[in-house]
Design a protein around this ligand. Structure first.
Ligand code: SF4
Length: 344
């Protein structure tokens, strides 16, 4: 395809899925350096893209904004092509409002996987990494094979200051070794027990490493539990906005998290990360330079994005991952993490 004047990329949510577009956006920029790249995303997640040099404009879907209003604003952009990395009803509706504009749509997984996994007839095994599927869509749009981009997150200029203020308010020194803990996840079966995160926190504190727990307001209970069971660990749940979250993670010597947006952010920032997987498939992501725990019980992964409870009742996919296994995987990451003093 002849490079158009502009490409509209659609990916409205969620944190991890938006962050994972970074390699595809880099590949697109390299393929068509003269093309303007506009990305449409939910307003509350716009910060994830605002400082990406491969994005010329972030088009924010305002909270409560209807599809007709947003489509009107999109038409004003006069995109020469659409790259739909969302592929849900919202993006389909928008594409229908752009007749005659070439659109390429990504597929999150193979169709033959969907029904048998939903019916619990067999576990899910991703046949391709998430970022590779995004990349394939870029290649289809451009019409040739392309070098792959890298997963990177670009902080805003104030993000570390925001995080440092939150750390200092809890008595922590941003320049000293720090373990970041993210015990939350959107779904219950993606959560390793908080008591085990607390055990890991105690071991890190005993090794002389500061510990801070991160999470949303809704995850405050997890932060309180860990701070209570690991005296000395700081509870930052509900205290960091999206810019502050990136600043905080970038200050960490190592990070431990479930399959969640903060886990992807940590990898994208190059912070050595231990990712803990239960009911979802770690095969969707790349853990080179990081560590990943997955028990591999016969029923796992039982879902594409997690469940509210274990359908078999035993929850072995998480409970078989002991605190000791996590510490054995995390300790080398802490040793390999940034040396003092941490540079700004
Ligand atoms: S233990 Fe339960 S939640 Fe975990 S993969 Fe098996 S069925 Fe799913």
């Amino acid at each position: 395809m002849t490079p158009p004047g502009s490409v509209l990329v659609l990916r409205f949510s969620a944190v991890g899925d938006v962050l994972l577009t970074a390699p595809a956006l880099e590949a697109l920029r390299l393929a068509w350096p003269g093309t303007r790249i506009v990305v449409a995303v939910k307003e509350r997640l716009a910060h994830l893209l605002r400082h990406n040099p491969n994005v010329d404009e972030v088009l924010e879907l305002r909270s409560g904004e209807g599809p007709l209003s947003f489509a009107r604003r999109i038409r004003q952009q006069r995109p020469g092509a659409v790259l739909d990395l969302h592929n849900k009803i919202r993006s389909k509706l928008l594409r229908w409002q752009l007749p005659g504009v070439r659109a390429v749509v990504w597929r999150k997984r193979d169709f033959r996987d969907t029904l048998p996994v939903k019916l619990a007839l067999r576990p899910y095994r991703a046949s391709m990494r998430f970022t590779d599927r995004y990349h394939l869509a870029v290649e289809e749009l451009v019409g040739r094979t392309l070098p792959r981009g890298t997963l990177r997150y670009f902080l805003g200029p104030q993000d570390r200051e925001v995080a440092d203020a939150a750390l200092r308010a809890q008595g922590l020194d941003p320049q000293q070794p720090l373990l970041g803990i993210s015990p939350g996840a959107n779904w219950e079966t993606k959560r390793w027990p908080a008591e085990r995160f607390a055990g890991v926190a105690r071991r890190a504190l005993a090794a002389g490493v500061q510990v801070a727990v991160q999470g949303s307001n809704a995850e405050a209970r997890l932060g309180q539990l860990i701070a209570r069971e690991a005296p000395g660990a700081a509870d930052l749940t509900g205290r960091l906005d999206l810019p502050g979250l990136g600043g905080f993670i970038s200050r960490c010597t190592a990070f431990v998290a479930n399959d969640s947006g903060p886990m992807h952010m940590a990898r994208a920032l190059g912070v050595p990360t231990l990712a803990i997987f239960g009911s979802t498939d770690p095969g969707m992501f790349d853990f080179a330079g990081h560590a990943m725990l997955f028990a591999g019980v016969e029923c796992a992964p039982c879902s594409f994005f997690g469940r509210s409870r274990c359908p078999r009742g035993h929850f072995r996919c998480m409970l078989e991952l002991t605190e000791q296994r996590a510490w054995d995987a995390l300790a080398p990451l802490l040793r390999a993490g940034r040396r003092l003093p941490l540079s700004a």
